[in-house]
Design a protein around this ligand. Structure first.
Ligand SMILES: Cc1cc2nc3c(=O)[nH]c(=O)nc-3n(C[C@H](O)[C@H](O)[C@H](O)COP(=O)(O)OP(=O)(O)OC[C@H]3O[C@@H](n4cnc5c(N)ncnc54)[C@H](O)[C@@H]3O)c2cc1C
Length: 372
């Protein structure tokens, strides 16, 4: 008899898991809290690494589609000093496919394909050990039983408490996100400044980063070290008040850099939370976690990649038809914990250097990781 498998969360990790199972003809229930695919803005562009996110797409049979959609030129990276001087300007070779960028919406649609996601089905709790299997309880009061429930429901996972008491803590760094549309026609100077990929400007305990998405859309992140309650005297819904506050925070930076904030359309406060580095749990039959639910870490280009690869690997192992599902999950967890622990250490150290009292640290980090 086929095992009853559910995944909670239709982000990159949950969808990669479901899509690979689907490819192998294994049924899976996908529960997503959002009422519809476009219920929320999808967020910024993602770079998918050759050995991580791209490997997951290969396992899903989607690598060629990804290559057709993604933007290798988006791997370009330019670093400026706060006075506007260009310090570094890396451009990818035409054949460089190591980390091409893709819009989140494009990636989601690619993974969704034929999947039958159950939208608007927020999970409130998962209860292992019931006679009929693991119980999934929904916000609408219903419940269903499964042999395996995979929590791919992100930072504030409702599945996680079934296996772990860990909760995310604040890193001390907040991102405030804004965006520019039609940048090539409406803000050509900024378009030239940003180039084809990303622009980073690093100062003392703060940074401004701009990332080009497809269709002339640019995401801008003001990044700074502050207490969580930094906005107590600020109405975050008041766009002009947030803009003034940010311009004051970045006072003295080059005017052409500050134009990224002057032309920003709306501002979203995103305090960065993380789970403890090397978060593990006592194996609990019938429930596991992957992606941010398992190892939320600073957003330095790894989270979606790891979530997707974990989803694809677990699905492949299940589809391989091992007799003992619990052994498959146990082996998956061991492998995930080692790899995620390594990346959590790297990204935690990376965040310390990128938003640092010494801006030279950020430059030194890029010099280490960028191909010369
Ligand atoms: C500013 C920023 C930039 C980033 N850039 C990159 C990058 O370039 N590369 C990269 O690899 N990573 C990047 N990341 C990290 C990446 O976004 C995450 O690591 C990744 O989205 C995690 O995927 P996931 O599937 O585990 O969780 P999520 O993407 O968080 O998806 C979880 C899904 O579960 C749903 N859900 C939540 N709760 C419930 C519930 N109770 N019931 C049902 N459904 C629920 C949510 O609606 C969501 O759809 C970035 C993050 C940020 C904040």
């Amino acid at each position: 008899m086929r095992q009853r498998i559910a995944v909670v969360g239709g982000g990159p990790g949950g969808l990669a898991f479901a899509r690979v199972l689907h490819r192998h003809g294994h049924p899976v229930a996908v529960f997503e809290r959002d009422p519809a695919p476009d219920a929320r803005p999808p967020g910024g562009t993602l770079d998918l690494h050759e050995g991580l996110g791209q490997l997951a797409l290969d396992k899903a049979g989607l690598l060629a589609d990804f290559q057709a959609l993604s933007r290798p030129e988006g791997q370009a990276m330019r670093i400026l000093d706060t006075d506007g001087t260009v310090l570094r300007d890396w451009r990818p070779r035409p054949d460089d496919r190591a980390n091409p960028e893709i819009d989140r919406r494009q990636l989601r649609d690619l993974l969704l394909g034929p999947l039958d996601v159950q939208w608007g089905r927020g999970v409130t709790q998962v209860v292992p050990g019931a006679r009929d299997g693991v119980l999934v309880q929904f916000a609408d009061g219903r419940q269903e039983a499964f042999d395996l429930v995979v929590g791919a429901d992100g930072a504030w996972s409702r599945v996680r408490p079934a296996v772990s008491s860990a909760t995310p803590h604040y890193t001390g760094v907040t991102f405030v996100e804004t965006f520019l549309d039609d940048v090539d026609t409406r803000h050509p100077d900024l378009a030239r400044l940003i180039g084809d990929g990303s622009l980073g400007v690093y100062g003392v305990n703060r940074a401004l980063v701009a990332q080009r998405n497809s269709g002339g859309h640019v995401k801008v992140y003001a990044q700074f070290r502050v207490p969580l309650d930094w906005h107590t005297n600020l109405d975050l819904a008041d766009v002009e008040a947030v803009r003034s506050s940010l311009l004051a925070l970045f006072d003295g930076w080059a005017a052409r850099v500050l134009d990224l904030l002057r032309h920003g359309t709306a501002f979203v406060n995103r305090p960065l939370y993380v789970l403890p580095v090397s978060h593990t749990w006592t194996h609990t039959p019938g429930v596991t976690l992957l992606g941010d639910a398992a190892h939320l870490m600073p957003p330095l280009g790894a989270g979606a990649n790891l979530a997707m690869l974990e989803g694809a690997e677990l699905a492949e192992s299940i589809a391989a038809g091992a007799e003992d599902l619990d052994e498959v999950v146990r082996a998956f967890e061991e492998q995930m914990w080692v790899r995620a622990g390594r990346w959590a250490t790297i990204t935690a150290a990376g965040l310390e250097r990128l938003v640092s009292p010494d801006p030279a640290e950020a430059l030194a980090l890029f010099d280490q990781v960028q191909p010369s």
